[in-house]
Design a protein around this ligand. Sequence first.
Ligand SMILES: [Cu+2]
Length: 464
Amino acid sequence: MIRIPTNRRAFITGAGALAAGFALPRIARGATGPGKKPILLTARQGSARLLETADKHTPIWGYRGTAPGPLLRFKQGQELWVRLKNELPQPTTIHWHGIRIDNVMDGVAGLTQDAVPPGETFDYRFSAPDAGTFWYHPHNRSWEQLARGLYGALIVDEPDPPAVDQDIIVIADDWFLGDDGQIHEASLGSIRDRAHAGRLGNILTLNGKPRGIFPVVSGERIRLRLINSCNARILEFRFEQLKPLVIALDGQPVAPNVLNNETVRIAPAQRIDLAIDMTGPPGSTHAITEVSQSRLVAGEFVYDPKTTRALRGTPLTLPENSLPAPAEAHSKSVDLVMSGGAMGRMEKASYKGTDYEIRELVRRHGMVWAFNGIAGMGAKPLFTARRGESVAVRMVNDTRWPHAMHFHGHHFRETDGPWRDTLLIEPQETRKIGFVADNPGKWMIHCHMLEHQAGGMATWFEVT
Ligand SMILES: [Cu+2]
């Protein structure tokens, strides 16, 4: 396993009383029906209690002023209508991560729409072809806007959801706060973070809380939907004696496989759905620990002292979404070679059509990474595919850092592997994925370690 070096102080959740009240803020039911009024999501300043000291509040940016923003939940095939109102001091958008969406609704500033200026609104209207666990966040200055708290969960329910006793959504984020409890602004977008592991926080929250209680009943079955909204941290969770079953990755169901108390490793932007039978006795607790840097208790399952229910015997399985399988003999093959970063071998790269020696590229443009020798979004796509064409992309990580590669508008898979929209690729690793380019438009491919994206790891492809 890769240890990410960091010179920052210990990664903590803080000590003290446990915080209760752990659910995501909810939108009134029925608000999402077709033909009704849009859900208003105002991106604005707010404050959050990220530290356990009761008197410390941290100014943040959030949808409706909260981090995470409101839970958006609708049925597979139903239309979602959201009106973004921008009350931030800078332009923003919303990207609906993992939704195989119409291109004009994808929310990528500069590619699928202009960023929404302060004071203005933009309507997003779409339906989701896939049921599953998704999330939403800005796609303009993502490295700053997500670090300040702009993100939320987007759940698309199966027409006939599998029986569980609780459906628990957990958005995990690491915040980098200064000693004053404020978001460390001086380091936002720093070249050092860009060239290394990205912005790693020193405070971990689940659903915006430093440590929290999930009330459970002995014997019940929960569906736990984990979402990693960190800028760059690869989170590693453990669930003590519990035996979680992985039932979906990035929203797409997989054949249930046992984790057997091993670590749940989840890269930025990825989602993992777990089915967990709560086997502890009444009155006991099960810690949720996070071990990517040091072992810390991120939250706890607390069993009701009196109630029990009989364990469900049959395993939980999810109905598959309908995704087109790429053809064995791919009609298009593309190489995507990643280079650059600290301790890398990149000597030069092209940026906006001009070739630069690496020092000059960093100094003049803050670019430290490249795909196929090109830093940042080029004027031309990485490739163009005809609609319906199968595409194979061989991704070569010729750097000393892991990268979480995200494709927009499509899910992809390795041969016999699970469907994903974000794939973690280790240093010096090569991974080959395939998908059917069936969604017309201009789609980004980028590293979801947001400082890497800002530092050059971004490109796009076009489906015609
Ligand atoms: Cu990266």
